[in-house]
Design a protein around this ligand. Structure first.
Ligand code: NAD
Length: 503
């Protein structure tokens, strides 16, 4: 195969602020999830290329760390402006390689831009602390300094937002950065890197390398990589966390999810139905904050048939179709996996009110389509409850009380996001206080925090201490240096002895 048979040609690496064609002999095909046509080929970077990418970022960091924070912030202002100017172009590119509809693709870019806006305010976020006279004529102060080169490993499902969670803040803090984006949709991250260079980021401060497990392992082992940010599946995230920390590196790994929405009988029914459809099947359910379990409390279960009717109206389609509610799954393998789980749900005795297998989108016969799928009568023992499906599949459970709903959620290994729909303040307060999940929505189905907060998944959805973006990410990408300072000057009269006698 050669360049001419793909829509976007061979994807280069990004080293030294520009495209760097790979000499690799191993390439991965990037396909259009709607029709399987070849979009591009992406290389598995060689070890020499990985070495060059890290070394270049490290050399750039040695100069960049001396640049005043206000000047670093100016690059971020430029970058925010460029991303906004190229917002629609980025969204169209992202939609082609992920299959997301245009509205979702725009949201993906926009949520990333918001993190760049946080990076514009880096100076005030990296102030140290001071205290005079920590002992007599001794002062204490702390300084916030960058770490060196940080590594980002990102998943397929948000190829703009998730890289933008990482490198703008890390670089604004004074670090170099190496990004290893998903091999399934590398085109958008590459365009983000080009625009970063165009915004005035110093040459080399951001490297992008491509590949899979082997390249990730080589990067994790590199002595100049000081911190690792990972977003992806629990299986890979566990490996990355263990590998990074066993090599005494700082790591934060955002992994899988099984997000429950609790529906109380006093909730606004129209809001519940429309929000469950959007949160359950939007982006084909390929969001780590998607709602995949609906827990109906008491008489709220009577709304399930109406929910099925709403689900039946939802139609997937091609990214530029304004009527398409969502797009195809990312790959044929993902479609086979999701359809296998639907089959397992039926075999294990759940009632399938709407079966998304055999989904047909006219004009795109070989796309990775799965239609909206709704189960009721699901129990915690079933695979469709236990496993992250990452598809447009919603499992409905019925319980008698809010306490029962809370026990269910708190027993689940994952703790990324959850929500409750109710008109009762006391129920909402109890839920907010007792639920062991890191991101909670009250009448908000997908409670993704804005960047003045941090993205705070808990338990099996997150390995590490400090979370993504917000104040926590600034701490993750920096080190605190504490100085205790005393000056001797015998010529300065010391004045009366003010020692206070404590009894
Ligand atoms: P994935 O784990 O397959 O891949 C993530 C990254 O790891 C990719 O860059 C990939 O190339 C790399 N990788 C794959 N196998 C590897 C291996 N054996 N060793 C080292 N690196 C490897 O994830 P995905 O399918 O791209 O993304 C979907 C998953 O991401 C879902 O589980 C979803 O819940 C999760 N996710 C979580 C969050 C969150 O914030 N918690 C956000 C988005 C996605």
């Amino acid at each position: 195969m050669n360049n001419h048979q793909t829509r976007f040609g061979d994807v280069p690496l990004h080293i030294g602020g520009e495209a760097y064609p790979s000499a690799s002999e191993q390439w991965i095909e990037v396909t259009d999830p709607a029709d399987q046509s070849l979009l591009a080929r992406v290389p598995k970077a060689t070890s020499a290329e990985i070495e060059l990418a890290v070394r270049t970022a490290h050399d750039a960091y040695l100069l960049w760390r001396e640049v005043p924070a206000s000047e670093r912030a100016r690059v971020m202002f430029n970058y925010q402006h460029l991303l906004k100017t190229h917002h629609d172009e980025l969204a169209a590119l992202l939609a082609q390689e992920t299959g997301k509809n245009l509205a979702d693709a725009k949201g993906d870019v926009w949520r990333g831009i918001e993190v760049v806006e946080q990076a514009c305010a880096i100076a005030s976020q990296t102030l140290g602390e001071t205290m005079g006279n920590v002992a007599r004529r001794v002062d204490g102060h702390s300084w916030v300094q960058p770490l060196g080169v940080c590594l980002g490993i990102t998943p397929f499902n948000f190829p703009a937002m998730i890289p933008l969670w990482m490198f703008p803040l890390a670089v604004a803090c004074g670090n170099g950065f190496v990004l290893k984006p998903s091999e399934q949709d590398p085109l958008t991250p590459m365009r983000l890197a080009e625009l970063f260079a165009e915004a005035g980021a110093p040459k080399g401060i951001l490297s992008v390398v491509h590949g899979g497990a082997e390249q990730v392992d080589a990067l994790l082992a590199h002595p100049d990589i000081k911190a690792v940010s990972f977003v992806g599946s629990a299986r890979v995230g566990g490996h990355v966390y263990r590998s990074a920390t066993s090599q005494l590196k700082r790591a934060q790994c955002f992994v899988g999810a099984k997000n429950h929405m609790v529906i109380m009988p006093d909730a606004n029914k129209a809001q519940v139905l429309s929000n469950l459809v959007g949160a359950g099947v939007g982006a084909a359910g390929q969001r780590c904050m998607a709602i995949s379990v609906a827990v109906f409390v008491g008489s709220a279960r009577e709304w399930i048939p109406e929910l099925a009717a709403e689900f039946a109206k939802v139609k997937p389609g091609i990214w530029h179709d304004p009527e398409a509610a969502y797009g195809p799954l990312i790959s044929p393998e993902a479609k086979v996996r999701v359809e296998g789980l639907i089959e397992a749900g039926i075999a294990e005795g759940a009632e399938c009110l709407l079966d998304g297998r055999f989904c047909d989108v006219p004009g795109y016969p070989v796309g990775n389509w799965v239609g909206p799928t709704l189960f009721r009568g699901v129990t915690p023992e079933m695979r469709i409850y236990q496993e992250e499906i990452f598809g447009p599949v919603l499992a409905c459970l019925e319980v008698a009380s809010l306490d029962e709903a809370l026990a269910l959620i708190n027993d689940n290994p994952y703790g990324n996001g959850t929500s409750i729909f109710t008109s009762c303040g006391a129920a909402a307060r109890k839920f907010r206080h007792e639920v062991a999940v890191g991101q909670v929505g009250i009448n908000v189905p997908i409670p993704v925090p804005l960047p003045f907060f941090s993205f705070t998944g808990w338990r099996g959805s997150f390995y590490g201490d400090l979370h993504a973006y917000g104040k926590q990410a600034v701490r993750f990408y920096t080190e605190t240096k504490t100085v205790t300072e005393r000056w001797f000057d015998e010529d300065i009269p010391s004045g009366p002895n003010m020692t206070i006698q404590l009894r």
